[in-house]
Design a protein around this ligand. Structure first.
Ligand code: X8Z
Ligand code: ZN
Length: 611
């Protein structure tokens, strides 16, 4: 399959019945009614064609993203358009079997998948798929080659991302934030609006109200119930986020003063150590508990002190999976992956994982920096690769995660096991440096700054996109719609006024790349469900956040069973296989952070809550 970021085939919702049958049946009244055997043959043929074109499109996209030129852009657009045409053709063909009696389970499931798993559907009219693919390739390249400014000089995407984590001068933070959003986002606004129009036309042609409705229908459940489920999870965890927000705002106010960060109201978006304010772990030093309560080490500093480079960091990631019993990565992975940013050309630095031939041509594409963020991201990307390899025996339409949130959660769940004791085991931390139990608050706060802080962002990106696709956010209100959601959910504001000449959503990779984002919200809670289940399986009795299942082969074997299922069964079956429950919920995450919540509530006494 193509890289996970734009995986075009995934789990289908068997419940979604696109109302296409009548029109198509009328057109073919003279033909004999299709049988269950016809349906089975149709699916087999579809799988062969999708597999073949998927590999070609993947290769073209890989070359483009690792070497952005007008030629590679044209080549990937051509193969992307061919794949989309094939997918749309097959979706329309699959609809003809909707009412056939006697379909076996897999045929029925796969027919559903053929109909609702196109991320960016194109209308069938001549030229539409080509135009859509060209727009998509163009804005992905604009993002990849995009530059911000620091100290009056241009700075590329991966450097500016790292600098946002390290810089503490509010004027420089503002310079980077404004330049990145202005230079990268704004210029793609007209193309993005065109892309939305064409893809919506494509979704309507397949029987959906709009692209967002199509995306929501891919979760083995009613699409509205799916959206309601995500809202419920957010509402359950919101008090934890608000407590963190309140505490962090107070600390930022202490550090920067009223003129930069007022004590009340929203937080200024560029002060949180991340270009999108999506994870705040990089400013842990500003919020760390006073005195001896802090953690005492920083993973990035440890990696630097031990002389780690990108290769060694990836090796450490592989080592974790090997310790669980997973086969080591193939030689080709090391030969063909991109670990560092090439000096002589433009690339898409945003991290992704690929399985080019759907068998064993696994690769990651990153521009690795020796820091804590990228150490976690390496484990994240490898999670995709091990998942892809585990399910590679499945038929083509099942070569995917149980749902897209599962795919995003595997590596993160593994990375939750990067505890102080684990760092000692792999020689990164000295035994004498292991934080004692009185440092637990610091450890939890460091985690919360990344994990809890992300929740509202994880939810709002697709709230914005669903609104754009449905028309509820009009073309002339893209920026205002974005700012409103950022304030409502995250409680943050841009450092300077924005208007409709801007397009800040375009300065976030997943918007130009059209990677659905709710997956990351799901993954944020799922990873704690997986982690808790693994720690229970390992018989862990201590505080949850101190558990590492490194080296536990039983956990590895059980995980492998879930991964091997791919998309062959509805996701609750896969969840049950590993965790024993059939529901995605924030409970495990709330349990993990419960001691921190108590502490935050203490700290926040007398402070204004919320924004
Ligand atoms: O895009 C990613 C991965 C690639 S699938 C690096 N993530 C989201 C993001 O960076 O916005 C992982 C966390 C959220
Ligand atoms: Zn990912």
């Amino acid at each position: 399959m193509i890289r996970t970021g734009i995986s075009m085939l995934a789990l289908a919702s068997l419940l979604a019945a696109a109302p296409l049958g009548a029109r198509d049946r009328d057109g073919e009244a003279a033909q004999a009614a299709p049988t269950a055997a016809d349906a089975k043959a149709f699916v087999a043929d579809a799988e062969a064609k999708l597999f073949a074109q998927g590999v070609v499109a993947s290769r073209a996209e890989w070359v483009y993203e690792t070497y952005i030129t007008p030629d590679t852009e044209a080549l990937t657009a051509r193969e992307g358009a061919a794949l989309t045409k094939l997918q749309v053709d097959l979706a329309l063909g699959a609809a003809k079997f909707a009412n056939v009696a006697g379909l076996d389970y897999d045929t029925s499931r796969k027919l559903g998948m053929l109909r609702n798993k196109i991320v960016l559907p194109a209308p069938v009219r001549a030229g539409a798929a080509d135009e859509l693919a060209a727009l998509s390739a163009k804005i992905t390249g604009m993002y990849g080659a995009g530059k911000g400014m620091l100290n009056g000089k241009p700075i590329n995407g991966s450097d500016i991302e790292a600098a946002m984590g390290e810089e503490r001068d509010p004027a420089k933070l503002k310079e980077m934030w404004v330049s990145w959003n202005d230079n990268v986002g704004a210029p793609m606004r007209p193309d993005y609006a065109k892309l939305v129009g064409i893809a919506n036309e494509g979704a309507k042609g397949l029987g959906y109200a709009d692209v967002g409705a199509m995306w929501r229908s891919g979760y083995d459940m009613d699409p509205d119930a799916f959206a309601a489920m995500t809202d419920k999870i957010w509402n359950d965890l919101k008090p934890l986020y608000v407590a963190l927000h309140t505490y962090v705002r107070h600390k930022l106010n202490e550090k920067y003063g009223e003129a930069v960060q007022p004590a009340k109201g929203p937080i200024r978006a560029d002060l949180l150590g991340n270009m999108w304010a999506q994870e705040w772990g990089n400013i842990y030093d500003i919020v760390a508990p006073a005195g001896s309560g802090s953690v005492g080490y920083d993973v990035g500093e440890l990696l630097k002190a031990k002389g780690y480079d990108s290769h060694k960091m990836v090796k450490a990631g592989e080592g974790f999976y090997s310790s669980l019993g997973f086969k080591e990565l193939p030689t080709r992975f090391w030969e063909r992956s991109q670990f560092v940013k090439p000096a002589d050309r433009e690339v898409v630095c945003h991290a992704s994982a690929w399985d080019i031939d759907n068998v064993d041509d696994l690769r990651i594409k990153m521009c690795i920096k020796v820091n804590a963020d990228d150490f976690v991201t390496i484990h994240h990307e490898l999670g995709h690769n091990y998942y892809q390899r585990a399910y590679n025996q499945q038929p083509a339409l099942y070569l995917d995660g149980a749902n897209d949130g599962f795919h995003e959660a595997i590596g993160d769940f593994i990375a939750l096991s990067i505890t102080p004791d684990y760092l000692v085991q792999i020689g990164l931390l000295d035994k004498s440096q292991v934080p004692s139990a009185d440092k637990d608050t610091g450890l939890l706060l460091r985690q919360a700054m990344d994990k809890v802080a992300f929740l509202p962002f994880g939810l709002l990106v697709d709230k914005w996109r669903w609104g754009v696709f449905s028309g509820q956010i009009p073309t002339n209100g893209y920026q205002a719609g974005w700012d409103k959601l950022r304030l409502q959910y995250q409680g943050i504001v841009p450092p300077v006024a924005r208007d409709e000449t801007r397009f800040d959503p375009g300065a976030k990779f997943h918007i130009p790349a059209t990677t659905p984002y709710t997956r990351y919200f799901l993954a944020r809670v799922l990873q704690f469900q997986f982690y808790k289940a693994a720690c229970d399986q390992a018989g862990w009795k201590g505080p949850l956040h101190r558990c590492s299942f490194y080296g536990n082969k039983e956990v590895g074997a059980k995980l492998d069973k879930m991964l091997q299922m791919g998309a062959s069964k509805p996701w609750p079956d896969a969840l049950q296989e590993f965790t024993g429950t059939r529901e995605i919920s924030g409970k495990a995450m709330a349990e993990y952070f419960a001691p921190l919540k108590k502490w935050l509530d203490q700290q926040n006494k007398g402070q204004p809550q919320g924004w």
